[in-house]
Design a protein around this ligand. Structure first.
Ligand SMILES: CC(C)[C@H](C(=O)O)[C@@H](O)C(=O)O
Ligand code: SF4
Length: 469
């Protein structure tokens, strides 16, 4: 009998085209997602060497980072730099025969939201994109990770990627989540625990009762932020929840092909006794709603907590970086998190811009009004998410409460389009990064779950969603 293998080992092994003695492998890539930011030089490289895209049908292109989220966008992109990037992708997709969703296509959206929505993302696959949050797709039991632009060119030309095997880490989340605590809080807690470098050199498999109980949306939120914990990828073994989600998607296999796929997918579990190089265990029942206070996703604290005092940190480098973070954030140690007031609220991104996130927000804000000193926006992750939300009447709830209801895109997750914070503006955000300047020059980001962001928009300051009425 062969040695027990992890889910990561199995997917990796099944895609090895060539393995060198030093461990360097050539991996077959099943799916390649392309967006406008990291692809222009890759297509240019192909052009210069007279090469084609090896498998256009395994490649899907979409614009997301640079698009405006204003309803005016159908009249054209005003920002010159953004317009050039968007037009370049449209042209490249056309020239190389790659399917492309423009900003006027209902299927357009954030690359990590549209892959799963279209059934382009499937269990057991290797999936790459020139984007770090490609780890999102690991929620389907796929090996998915970001690549650099030269690798984008390599994958376009050959449908393969040079890789070395990473180590295996298991993060097991036991027990049941309390009411009001979500997938976002789980992953923020994990990053708080392991730190932003804790996953370096690993692929993380998430398992345990609390993970199994999550919807696909919640699982995507977890895997999305694996990269914030330093991991190459995050994985959750596919199960009935996965199969039910994938089943009716446009590009999912049908009929006999579905049955064959399902049979294979069911084998994609870590074997009993498989070796993990590192194991972390968390108890979901003990998790509170979490708020980030600093400029790294590991700077997290319970909503019931206070802004920590960095002077207490013994490591000098860490201490000075956290002092700087507090200064950047304009916060004083000892301040209660629930006393922090907000100027802006951003609900969206590939972390939390899916339908379930919007439903959670609607539940919190229905019949209420956004605080007079808060400017709040909700940005659906894709045209299909927007359409679904509107079919359910969620947009009416948001607009009646005073939220701005936008067109799909990355929006204020990063300052690459018109949506951005002004210097010193403080924002509750459902996105995944709170680095300095991430949402705009000198902008201050607090990462939270959708329900927590929604409640903060209404109250004007952070509140414990578990007390919400
Ligand atoms: C612009 C892109 C390359 C980048 C990434 O790789 O993640 C972006 O999506 C982000 O979230 O910072
Ligand atoms: S929504 Fe944010 S994290 Fe996701 S791909 Fe866009 S910029 Fe990156």
């Amino acid at each position: 009998m062969s040695a027990p293998r992890t889910l990561y080992d199995k997917i990796f092994d099944d895609h090895v085209v060539d393995r060198q003695d030093d461990g360097t492998c050539l991996l077959y890539i099943d799916r390649h997602l392309v967006h406008e930011v990291t692809s222009p030089q890759a297509f240019e490289g192909l052009r210069m060497s007279g090469r084609k895209v090896r498998h256009p049908e395994k490649t899907l292109a979409v614009v997301d980072h640079n698009v405006s989220t204003s309803p005016e966008r159908k009249f054209g992109i005003k920002n010159e730099e953004s317009r050039i990037q968007v037009e370049a992708l449209a042209k490249n997709a056309k020239d190389f025969g790659v399917e492309y969703y423009s900003e006027n296509d209902i299927r357009q959206g954030i690359v990590h939201i549209i892959g799963p929505e279209q059934g382009f993302t499937l269990p057991g696959m290797t999936i790459v994109c020139g984007d770090s949050h490609t780890s999102t797709h690991g929620a389907f039991g796929a090996l998915a990770h970001g690549i650099g632009t030269s690798e984008v060119e390599h994958v376009l030309a050959t449908q393969t990627l040079i890789q070395r095997k990473a180590k295996n880490m298991l993060v097991r989340v036991d027990g049941k989540l309390p009411e009001g605590v979500t997938a976002k809080d789980i992953i923020l807690a994990i990053i708080g625990e392991i730190g932003t470098a804790g996953g370096t050199g690993y692929v993380i498999e998430y398992a345990g009762e609390a993970i199994r109980a999550l919807s696909m949306e919640g699982r995507m939120t977890i895997c999305n932020m694996s990269i914030e914990g330093g991991a190459r990828a995050g994985l959750i073994a596919a199960d009935e929840t996965t199969f039910a989600y994938v089943n009716d998607k446009p590009r999912a296999p049908k009929g006999a092909a579905w049955d064959a796929a399902l049979e294979y997918w069911k084998t994609l579990q870590s074997d009993e006794g498989a070796h993990f190089d590192k194991v972390i265990v968390l108890d979901a029942a003990k998790l509170p709603p979490i708020v980030s206070w600093g400029s790294s996703p590991e700077d997290v604290v319970s909503v019931q907590g206070v802004v920590p005092n960095p002077e207490e940190i013994s490591d000098e480098n860490k201490r000075s970086s956290k002092i700087r973070a507090l200064d950047y954030m304009g916060l004083t140690p000892g301040t209660k998190i629930t006393d922090i007031t907000l100027d802006r609220v951003f609900i969206g991104s590939c972390t939390n811009g899916r339908i379930e996130d919007l439903r959670a927000v609607a539940k919190v804000v229905e019949g209420k009004t956004v605080s007079a000193h808060v400017d709040a926006m909700i940005v659906p992750g894709s045209g299909l998410v927007k359409e679904q939300a509107e079919a359910e009447g969620l947009d009416k709830i948001f607009i009646a409460a005073g939220f701005d209801w936008r067109e799909p895109g990355c929006s204020m997750c990063l300052a690459m389009n018109d949506d951005r914070l002004k210097p010193h503006e403080r924002c509750a955000s459902t996105s995944n990064r709170n680095f300095e300047g991430r949402q705009g020059f000198k902008g201050r980001t607090h990462l939270v779950s959708p329900a927590m962001a929604a409640a903060a928009a209404i109250a004007g300051h952070f509140v414990d969603i578990r007390d919400w009425k």
